[in-house]
Design a protein around this ligand. Structure first.
Ligand code: NAD
Ligand code: 6OD
Length: 477
């Protein structure tokens, strides 16, 4: 399978291409076509035509059946999807096989269930003094937004793409998707599966290419696009929003984070350490929900830090950064941390494996302490396997430190005091707060961030709301 555009039900490539590199050893594993403005334009036109054709006339039952067929199609080619995701990202196979691909299947099944079972509201209205019955019935129907652009990042490529494609299709929109230039493969496989599922041509289109000044920007500034759903960096979100403003195009944004974990002295410390190993180092920290700031109550600070650093040093089965450029960015933060005065308790450099991985884009899992809250290392998203651990004395201070950030995506609270958990969680400025767990997902719940971490919520009915427009119908009885 070679990365290819999928426009109006047809696969194509372009003369302009760029190399696809393996993050594991830096070798070239493929070429990716770079969509021109014409390709993007053709995709948007195909999507519009689909809405005017059979796709625009599908019932919710028919769309749910398509979604289930797509889920079955991914499942039938499970190993192929896993292999493609591993090849593009270098992530451990186990992660792709237990998280990324099952969740992509789950996304289609969840939105088939959710959109089929979705109730709408009706309001019987009485107006005294009216002739006749004096009554009316108000009810709400939902219609799709139209052509939606979906732009996704490289860290959880298929999971995050399908997280938006499934509800967008369920709600009856036509989609033009652009995956990250770093990870084109599972998106291309998805297009194959969607074609095999019999989705009408043009209902789902895929274009590959870069973001700024390329396919991503052509798509998000296209006047034929009715809505934009984007997951990626906050700075990219700001750039997309500037373009979207031109046509007042609605946006749903899932952006960056600098997520705190609060470890109280009454926590089960072993559980908190293991949980923080997962929340800071899963997928080498390349998940927007990963913890990069850990605040630990003073009586258990030394014990926690010692145990966390020991666990970080013992990690061996971890994947690389997505690219040489991203590795260099993460390493620049490792250097900055030292310049800012950090104590490096684990990692801080590049591992040596003595095999082909030495040509790859690896960095060591890293634990830092000793920085003030004002340090750039503590304020800026690094998006690598690194956390800074700092002490606090009481609940108010912990909440203040957690909230002292331009971001507000996710937080984790470790405590065995249930009252404290309920007290603290709503005071943390984040869209998602986990208590004694991390990244435990129920697809019906609202997902998203506050401040620079995003605009709006996705998940369950929140996604279906974004991807559709309510229309109130008032009938005089
Ligand atoms: P990125 O913003 O660089 O790229 C994301 C996508 O946007 C890519 O497809 C890219 O080609 C495209 N793009 C880039 N510039 C563009 C532009 N000017 N116009 C249109 N499209 C453009 O992000 P990334 O490096 O791929 O991913 C890492 C970032 O994503 C991190 O900041 C991370 O926190 C964030 N992220 C957030 C969530 C979330 O749910 N909140 C999930 C995953 C990743
Ligand atoms: O689990 C999800 O639905 C989701 N959107 C995860 C995002 C992870 C960010 O990297």
């Amino acid at each position: 399978m070679k990365p290819a555009h999928y426009v109006n039900g047809v696969f194509s490539t372009t003369e302009a291409t760029f190399p696809l590199l393996s993050p594991v050893d830096g070798s070239q594993v493929g070429v990716v076509p770079e969509a021109s403005r014409d390709v993007v334009d053709a995709a948007v036109r195909a999507a519009r035509a689909a809405l005017d054709g059979p796709w625009g006339r599908t019932s919710v039952e028919e769309r749910c059946a398509f979604l289930r067929r797509i889920a079955d199609g991914i499942e039938a080619r499970f190993d192929e999807f896993v292999a493609a995701e591993v090849a593009d990202t270098g992530k451990p196979r186990d992660l792709a096989a237990t998280v990324d691909i099952p969740r992509a299947i789950g996304n289609f099944r969840a939105y088939a269930d959710l959109s089929y079972g979705r109730p709408e509201r009706a309001y019987p209205t009485t107006v005294p003094g009216w002739s006749g019955s004096g009554q009316a019935l108000n009810y709400t129907v939902r219609r799709p937004l139209g052509v939606v652009a979906i732009i996704s990042p490289w860290n959880l490529p298929l999971l995050l793409l399908t997280w938006k494609v499934a509800p967008a299709l369920a709600a009856g929109n036509a989609v033009v998707a652009k995956p990250s230039e770093e990870t084109p493969s599972t998106a291309t496989l998805l297009a194959e599966v969607i074609g095999e599922a019999g989705l009408p041509d043009g209902a789902f289109n895929l274009v590959h290419g870069h973001g700024a000044g390329a396919a991503g920007e052509y798509l998000t500034s296209h006047p034929g696009v009715d809505a934009i759903a984007f997951t990626g960096a906050s700075a990219t979100g700001a750039a997309i929003m500037r373009n979207a403003a031109e046509h007042v195009t609605p946006v749903s944004f899932e952006l960056g984070g600098k997520n705190p974990a609060l470890v109280f002295a009454d926590a089960d410390l072993a559980e908190a350490v293991e949980g923080t190993v997962r929340s800071s180092f899963t997928h080498s920290g390349q998940i927007c929900l990963c913890t990069e700031r850990v605040y630990v109550q003073r009586p258990v600070f030394d014990e926690f830090v010692r145990a966390l650093a020991e666990r970080a040093r013992a990690l061996t089965d971890y994947g690389p950064m997505i690219s040489a450029e991203h590795r260099d960015k993460v390493l620049s933060y490792y250097r900055l941390a030292v310049e800012e005065g950090a104590t490096v308790l684990a990692g801080g450099g590049v591992p040596t494996f003595g095999d082909a991985r030495d040509g790859g884009f690896y960095v060591e899992p890293t634990v830092l302490t000793g920085l003030p809250q004002s340090a750039r290392t503590v304020r800026e998203e690094i998006f690598g396997p690194v956390c800074h651990v700092a002490p606090f004395d009481d609940e108010d201070e912990a909440i203040g430190l957690a909230n002292d950030s331009p971001y507000g995506l996710a937080a984790t609270v470790w405590t065995t005091d249930l009252s404290r958990a309920h007290r603290v969680a709503p005071r943390v400025e984040a869209g998602i707060v986990w208590v004694n767990c991390w990244n435990l997902r129920d697809l019906r719940t609202p997902f998203g961030g506050v401040k620079a971490s995003g605009i709006g919520r996705e998940g369950g009915e929140y996604s279906l709301d974004f991807f559709s427009e309510p229309v109130n119908v008032c009938v005089k009885i």
